[in-house]
Design a protein around this ligand. Structure first.
Ligand SMILES: Cc1cc2nc3c(=O)[nH]c(=O)nc-3n(C[C@H](O)[C@H](O)[C@H](O)COP(=O)(O)O)c2cc1C
Length: 156
């Protein structure tokens, strides 16, 4: 399967998890690319004012995995702007994950996942799986390993 891992990552945490997911998917025989969503005003919180300068194209993939940081107890505004404006997914398999500083998912991670799920499902698909990685949790490495395992369980 051709899988796109589409990430917003400013300081590299989300990208790090995306790279682990890519390694596993490749070892399972999939064709995988990581594409980054980049804004030239990354700190902007008003979604309408965000200027995206790298906008990944979802149409070339059979399945999509979205990754983003939590910002202000919500999904990063950059990912919100991207998902609001990108093309429909037309039933493609979609999964997502977020990374966050605080140690527990109820500290913004769950909310960000819910926002990502709603945005994706407004694009004609069903979210098949999601995960939160809490960077300051003592079990971070285990959380990353579980996220990789969950999100790589993609049936053709
Ligand atoms: C503006 C801003 C707001 C943030 N708000 C939160 C927050 O509400 N909760 C949280 O746990 N982490 C918060 N963080 C931390 C990031 O979610 C965390 O460091 C994340 O792993 C960064 O991902 P990245 O390295 O891929 O950019 C915030 C970071 C920034 C820059």
């Amino acid at each position: 399967m051709k899988i796109g891992i589409i990430v917003h990552s400013k300081t590299g945490n989300t990208l790090h998890v995306a790279q682990k997911i890519m390694e596993k998917l490749k070892s399972d025989g999939h064709l995988v690319s990581i594409e980054q969503i980049i804004a030239d005003n990354d700190g902007e919180i008003d979604i309408k004012k965000i200027r995206l300068i790298n906008i990944p194209n979802v149409s070339e993939y059979d399945a999509l995995i979205f990754g983003a940081p939590v910002r202000g107890f919500s999904l990063s505004p950059i990912m919100q702007a991207y998902l609001t404006n990108c093309a429909a997914f037309n039933g493609k398999k979609v999964s997502c994950f977020v990374t966050q500083h605080f140690p527990y998912p109820w500290m913004g991670g769950n909310r960000a996942i819910e926002q990502m799920k709603n945005l994706c499902e407004s694009k004609d698909t069903k979210m098949i799986c999601s995960s939160v990685v809490n960077w300051k949790n003592k079990k971070r490495d285990k959380m990353i390993a579980e996220t990789v395992k969950k999100l790589c369980d993609i049936k053709s």
